[in-house]
Design a protein around this ligand. Structure first.
Ligand code: ATP
Ligand code: MG
Length: 340
C-alpha cells in the first residue's frame, strides 16, 4: 500500500493549465481555475469547484460565486486559492494525504523573484507534499522532449504559455542564458479583442477571442484563408452583434505581441556564446507550450531568428513529463535548480 501511494509526482503549475504526472502517465490535466462561494456576512469562502468544472462556470454564475484564475503571468497571484487547487489535485491522485505524502517537483518560470518562488514552494508543501523541489519551466520542457541537455552542447527551448513566454539555452543540465517575458497566449487573445473593438466596434469575450485564435488564427499569412463568425456585443448599443473574422485579420491582430516573442528569443541568442549558437543552428529551437500550436509560429521564428524552429511532439505535456524526469535526475540537477 504505502509503496503504491508514496509517490514521486511532477507538477506543471501553469497560468492556464495545471498538470500532474508520475513516472508512468499524466494523472491530471485541468484548467488552473477555481469557483469560490463568498459569504459576505461571515466573510467565509467555500470551494465550489476546481478545474474544468470551474471553467464551465466562468461568466455563468450568480454574484456570490467568484470564478478566478489564481496565477497571473506564470506566478501565483492568489496564494490561498492556489494552495486549495493544489491540495484538491494532490488528494485526487494520492488519496488520503495525511498518510501518504508525495515527493514533488514543480515547475516555475525562469525569471521569478525569491518571494514568487517561495510562494510556489510553500503552496505545494502546504497542499500535502512531503518534500518539494522547484525546477525552471524551460529546463523541465527540455527534459520532457528528451533534448540532450546533459552534454556540453547548446540546446534551445522557447516555451509559449498562456501567461508567460520563455526562451532558454541549456547545456550540462543548466541554463546558460534565458529570459521570461510576462506575456503569453492570453495577451494574444487580448490583441484580438482590441483589434475587433477598433475595427468593428464589437466587444468580444476572452474565450471567444481564444477560439478565433485556435480555429482560424496564424502567426504568418496562410495560403488558405478561413473565416469564422462569432458573437460579440455592440460597443454603442450594448446589444449582441455577430461579426465574421478571417485568418488574415487574426494574423494582423497578432503581429505586435508576436514581435515581443521574437525579440525575447533574439535577446537570449545574443547572450549565448557562439559555440553553443552553432549547436543550436544544427539542432533547431524546440517550441513547446500551448502557444507553439499556433499555425505558422515555427515559420515566423525560423525566419526572424535565422535558426530552424520546430514544434515538439508533446507541446502541452512536456513540462510535466520533464518535472518527473527531473526527480529521477535530482542528484545531477540539484546545483542548477532554483533555491528557496
Ligand atoms: N492550437 C492553438 N493555437 C494557438 N494557441 C493555442 C492553441 N492551443 C492552445 N493554445 C494556447 O496555449 C495557452 C495555454 O498553453 P499552456 O497550457 O502551455 O499554458 P500554461 O502552462 O498554463 O501557461 P504558462 O506556462 O504561461 O504559465 C493558451 O493561451 C491557449 O490559448
Ligand atoms: Mg506553462
Amino acid at each position: 500500500m504505502a509503496a503504491l501511494f508514496s509517490k514521486e509526482l511532477g507538477i506543471d503549475l501553469g497560468t492556464m493549465n495545471t498538470r500532474l504526472a508520475d513516472s508512468t502517465q499524466v494523472l491530471v490535466n485541468e484548467p488552473t481555475i477555481v469557483a469560490i462561494e463568498v459569504d459576505d456576512e461571515r466573510g467565509a469562502e467555500k470551494l465550489v469547484s476546481v478545474g474544468q468544472e470551474a471553467l464551465n462556470m466562468l461568466g455563468r454564475v450568480p454574484d456570490n460565486i467568484e470564478v478566478a484564475r489564481p496565477l497571473k503571468n506564470g506566478v501565483i497571484a492568489d496564494y490561498v486559492v492556489t494552495e486549495s487547487l493544489l491540495s484538491y489535485f494532490l488528494q485526487r491522485v494520492s488519496g488520503s494525504m495525511r498518510i501518504f505524502r508525495p515527493h514533488v517537483m514543480i515547475s516555475v518560470p525562469y525569471a521569478v523573484t525569491s518571494v514568487e518562488r517561495r510562494a510556489v514552494y510553500e503552496a505545494a508543501l502546504e497542499a500535502g507534499s512531503r518534500e518539494v523541489h522547484l525546477i525552471q519551466q524551460t529546463l523541465a520542457a527540455a527534459l520532457g522532449v528528451d533534448l540532450p541537455i546533459g552534454a556540453p552542447s547548446g540546446n534551445m527551448v522557447i516555451s509559449l504559455g498562456g501567461g508567460a513566454t520563455e526562451a532558454a539555452v541549456m547545456a550540462m543540465y543548466g541554463i546558460v542564458s534565458a529570459e521570461t517575458l510576462r506575456a503569453g497566449g492570453l495577451d494574444l487573445d487580448e490583441a484580438i479583442i482590441t483589434y475587433v473593438r477598433r475595427k468593428y466596434g464589437v466587444l468580444l469575450g476572452q474565450q471567444t477571442a481564444e477560439q478565433l485564435k485556435i480555429r482560424i488564427g496564424a502567426a504568418v499569412p496562410q495560403d488558405q484563408e478561413q473565416s469564422m463568425e462569432v458573437q460579440g456585443q455592440d460597443q454603442v448599443t450594448g446589444l449582441p452583434r455577430p461579426v465574421t473574422l478571417t485568418t488574415g485579420e487574426i494574423v494582423e491582430a497578432l503581429q505586435d505581441p508576436l514581435k515581443d516573442v521574437v525579440e525575447t528569443g533574439r535577446r537570449v541568442l545574443e547572450r549565448t556564446p557562439p559555440e553553443l549558437v552553432s549547436d543550436i543552428i544544427d539542432r533547431g529551437v524546440a517550441l513547446c507550450g500551448g502557444g507553439a500550436l499556433l499555425r505558422g509560429i515555427d515559420k515566423l521564428l525560423t525566419k526572424s531568428l535565422g535558426i530552424p524552429a520546430y514544434l515538439v511532439d508533446n507541446p502541452l505535456s512536456c513540462v510535466v513529463e520533464g518535472t518527473v524526469r527531473g526527480l529521477e535526475l535530482y542528484p545531477v540537477l540539484q546545483r542548477n535548480l532554483p533555491k528557496v
